[in-house]
Each structure stands twice: as structure tokens, then as C-alpha cells.
Design a protein. Structure first.
Length: 155
């Protein structure tokens, strides 16, 4: 009788340990999948921001270039920035990213107006640039990435 109860206890303990280890294994798999997904989202955001940074630098150079129409450079920015598709991995952040690009478009429109008027003071355009920086910083923080030094991107 003692042997039978011992065997039943051992079997029950084995089943409980097996169930716990399966639960932990599935949690580990879910965590690994989640980590992979997070890496893909971060990578997509960095790639997207890299493309937009190139457009920003080209636009800044075009707006202040002699013989260049600043309004055309601002219009080209909007066209080029909207041509950069937001990766599918960033679907949860599309509204924030689109709002940021819209703010940046407004920045370049205002900056081109000021440059065309001969002004060197871009204070009127700065709030739009700050909106862009704040929106994109929020996205970077939500995906747990340190935001780039956005101010160094602009001339």
C-alpha cells in the first residue's frame, strides 16, 4: 500500500513538473517571438527615419541654394517624403508618423516663404519643426529606441 501511494505521488509530481515546464517553455517562445517582432519594428523605424533624413538634408540644401526656388524645394520635400512608404511593421504608429511629416511639410513651406522674403530669422518656422521632432521622438520612445539627435539633422 505504501509503495502504491508513493508511486502515485511520484507520478502526480512528475505530471505537475511537466506541466509547469511546458508552460514556461511556451512563455519563453512567446517572449522570443515578441523580442523578434520588437527588433523588426525598431529596424523598420530606423530605416524609415534614415530615408526621411536624406530628404530633409537635400531639402535644406535646396532651399538655401542660390538660383533655386525655395517654394519648389518645399513642394519637392512634401512629394518626396510622402513617397517614402511607412513600413507595414509601423502600422501602429502610422498616424503619428504622418502627422510628423505633415508638420515638417509646413515647416518647409514656412521656411521657403521666409527665405524668399530675404529673412534669416526662421523663428516662425521653428514650431513646425518642433512638432515633427516631438512626434517622432514619441514614436521612437514607444518602440523603446533612443531618438536620434533630430536637431543635428537640420541645417
Amino acid at each position: 500500500m505504501k509503495k502504491l501511494s508513493f508511486l502515485l505521488s511520484a507520478a502526480a509530481l512528475t505530471l505537475m513538473l511537466g506541466a509547469c515546464s511546458n508552460e514556461e517553455a511556451s512563455k519563453g517562445e512567446e517572449t522570443a517571438e515578441s523580442a523578434d517582432e520588437s527588433k523588426e519594428v525598431r529596424s523598420a523605424l530606423l530605416n524609415y527615419q534614415g530615408e526621411v533624413t536624406k530628404i530633409i538634408r537635400n531639402t535644406d540644401a535646396s532651399i538655401i541654394a542660390e538660383g533655386q526656388n525655395p517654394a519648389e524645394a518645399a513642394a519637392a520635400f512634401e512629394k518626396d517624403a510622402k513617397a517614402v512608404s511607412i513600413p507595414e511593421k509601423l502600422t501602429d504608429y502610422t498616424k503619428d508618423i504622418e502627422a510628423a511629416v505633415d508638420s515638417l511639410s509646413q515647416y518647409y513651406v514656412k521656411k521657403s516663404e521666409l527665405v524668399k522674403a530675404g529673412s534669416e530669422d526662421m523663428a516662425e518656422a521653428e514650431p513646425f519643426k518642433e512638432e515633427y521632432i516631438n512626434s517622432m521622438t514619441k514614436v521612437f520612445e514607444e518602440v523603446e529606441l533612443s531618438p536620434p539627435a533630430f536637431k543635428s539633422v537640420f541645417q
